[in-house]
Design a protein. Structure first.
Ligand SMILES: CC(C)(COP(=O)(O)OP(=O)(O)OC[C@H]1O[C@@H](n2cnc3c(N)ncnc32)[C@H](O)[C@@H]1OP(=O)(O)O)[C@@H](O)C(=O)NCCC(=O)NCCS
Length: 154
């Protein structure tokens, strides 16, 4: 895969056939299907609305990894809130896992957030998703010893 920034700059050489760039509204069905298959959706979140909001906000986007045929095999949502860079909806299609694509998406996410000005990248992992903790540890992410509080406002 050739991991690349949205302007096409290569970031990490591995399997040469996959490229990473921002998705568009035309990708909505493929993106949502990938998120659902990866177990990232929840009944109280509308993934289509989440995608549209990220794409229509100047300091956020969704990066997608594509095969040469254009098939979407991975995503990551990034957003800079003016203080920290945040990562959401990291997903790799099950048949493409274990080949470095998740790492390449995180490298691309970090590059995008650094370019926005974010001095630190953070993400939240659901307590039930213990399987992914080793992945993030392999990328240098560590527990920030914070409790995340939230309240819906919609
Ligand atoms: C997490 C996920 C994106 C990883 O994608 P992937 O393409 O399989 O990951 P990579 O092949 O790039 O792995 C990168 C590194 O993490 C390691 N790794 C991957 N999964 C791991 C796990 N469960 N435990 C420990 N290490 C793991 C790999 O061995 C690799 O290490 P290396 O680069 O030193 O060899 C993928 O498993 C996925 O989509 N999971 C479901 C969705 C999800 O949970 N998303 C995160 C929400 S917070």
């Amino acid at each position: 895969m050739t991991a690349a920034t949205p302007d096409g700059t290569p970031l990490a050489p591995s399997a040469p056939e996959t490229t990473i760039s921002a998705v568009t509204g035309d990708d909505e069905r493929a993106v949502v299907a990938l998120w659902e298959a990866a177990g990232l959706t929840r009944p109280w979140n509308d993934p289509s609305a989440d995608l549209r909001a990220a794409l229509s906000t100047p300091t956020s986007t969704v990066l997608g990894a594509r095969t040469p045929e254009g098939g979407l095999v991975g995503t990551v949502m990034v957003g800079y809130d003016g203080h920290r860079g945040w990562v959401y909806y990291l997903a790799v299609d099950e048949s493409s896992r274990g080949a470095g694509l998740g790492r390449a998406l995180m490298v691309a996410a970090e590059a995008w957030l650094v370019a926005e000005g974010a001095p630190k990248v953070q993400l939240m992992v659901r307590e039930t998703n213990t399987a992914v903790l080793g992945f993030y540890a392999a990328l240098g992410y560590s527990d920030q010893a914070c409790v995340v509080l939230g309240r819906r406002t919609d």
